[in-house]
Design a protein around this ligand. Structure first.
Ligand SMILES: [Zn+2]
Length: 395
């Protein structure tokens, strides 16, 4: 745990974004100079803080503390005035969040529950979402500030192009009081015509110490747990904070590490069985497979770090004993080869390669680890089996 240096300190306690100091400063300065843009595109990996930053921007431009309300700290967003509070609770009339799962008002089914099939079909942002937004922003802000429309997952716009065209029209001539914020994993996920209308803010992985600090200061997490969660979050504060709401997180994580070690120590039949299970899971839930592969990568990175006797950056610190034993039994080249093979598999799955083939090739490439290490862990597990069915990694 490092002490916060001045450059990393949040500009105001009202900001909820963890890390991303440069992005926060940029928005704050734009606001102070009266130069908030009409459209922003915030990019970055899942759970890195895109949506939180967008909500901070909404608070920033709508914050209305009474003149002498917070003499001690006049910076904005204050996080405490009526407007900030309403935005935080998701009930501010001028702040709208639209995502692929946002129900369309025009096709409300009233009291009828939607079917699972209908829910499954709702994975795209459609032109209907954009039209509803256009209708909403044609009206002056209800609460006197600025209307902020956040498109969360705008990369999942329906493929016919109609939605993009409609959105582009709004971006070309937005009403003066509107700020549109698009959230997407990468700039490349959007048409260039849309990107060129936006101020782009790119969010990268947040340093572990900042996540740790955020957990302690904002959620009152005990320092030891904060350290563990922050390391597991791998640069994505959202993961660490989500884990706080789920008591089973650390247990599922433990099971997933065990699965990785048992598979690594297993013979080829065991490895191929694992590949089959993962390929099946890939058809149901890609995200959980990509997290499992991230876990594999973090385990092998740890082994490589331990080969170089760098212990304080080890992500899976609860397993440092076992990982040290493994590091002693494999070569630096083994660890490098494992990470390369894992990166290739991640890439193969991202390019929609045949999941089972990609995973079987991976299983052939990964170096073995001594079975003895895993047998010792399994003895300690008192019969808990990794083959109880898929539960996915936790973080
Ligand atoms: Zn405020």
């Amino acid at each position: 745990m490092t002490t916060a240096d001045a450059a990393q300190a949040p500009p105001s306690p009202g900001w909820q974004t963890v890390g991303h100091a440069a992005a926060r400063r940029y928005l704050q300065r734009s606001h102070e100079a009266g130069r908030i843009a009409h459209a922003y595109l915030i990019t970055g990996p899942d759970q890195v803080g895109k949506r939180t930053l967008a909500m901070d921007l909404a608070r920033l431009v709508n914050c209305t503390p009474a003149p002498d309300m917070f003499d001690d700290d006049p910076s904005q967003p204050c996080g405490r005035c009526v407007a900030c509070d309403r935005i935080t609770r998701g009930v501010h009339a001028d702040v709208i969040v639209i995502g692929p799962h946002t129900p369309l008002r025009g096709v409300s089914t009233g009291t009828r529950e939607s079917t699972p099939e209908q829910d499954a079909a709702r994975t795209l942002i459609s032109i209907a979402h954009v039209r509803e937004m256009q209708h909403d922003i044609a009206l002056n802000p209800f609460e006197g500030g600025r209307r902020v429309v956040i498109f969360d997952g705008v990369d999942r716009m329906s493929a016919d192009g109609a939605g993009w065209n409609a959105l582009l029209k709004t971006l070309e001539e937005p009403p003066g009081y509107v700020v549109i914020v698009l959230l997407a994993p990468t700039v490349g996920a959007l048409p260039q015509t849309v990107v060129s209308r936006c101020q782009v803010i790119e969010l990268n992985a947040v340093p572990t110490e900042e996540i740790e600090k955020g957990l302690i200061e904002r959620a009152g997490v005990a320092p030891e747990t904060a350290t563990q969660l922050a390391r597991l979050a791998a640069g994505r504060p959202g993961r660490a904070f989500a884990a706080l709401d789920d008591e089973t997180t650390l247990d599922r994580y433990r099971q997933a590490v065990l699965r990785v070690l048992v598979t690594s120590a297993g013979d080829i039949e065991e490895r191929f069985r694992y590949a089959r299970e993962m390929a099946g899971e890939f058809g149901r839930n890609r995200e959980s497979v990509s997290r499992e592969l991230e876990l594999w990568i973090s385990v092998w990175r740890d082994i490589l770090l331990l080969k170089h006797e760098v212990t304080d950056a080890v992500a899976n610190s609860a397993w440092i004993g076992e990982l040290t034993d493994i590091a002693a039994a494999v070569s630096v080249d083994d660890a490098r080869r494992a990470i390369e093979a894992l990166d290739l598999a991640v890439d193969g799955l991202r390019r929609n390669g045949m999941a089972r083939l990609v995973l079987e090739v991976l299983m052939l490439e990964l170096p073995p680890i001594p079975a003895g290490i895993v047998e010792q862990i399994e003895l300690g597990e008192a019969g808990e089996s990794h083959a109880d069915g898929w539960d996915g990694p936790s973080l």
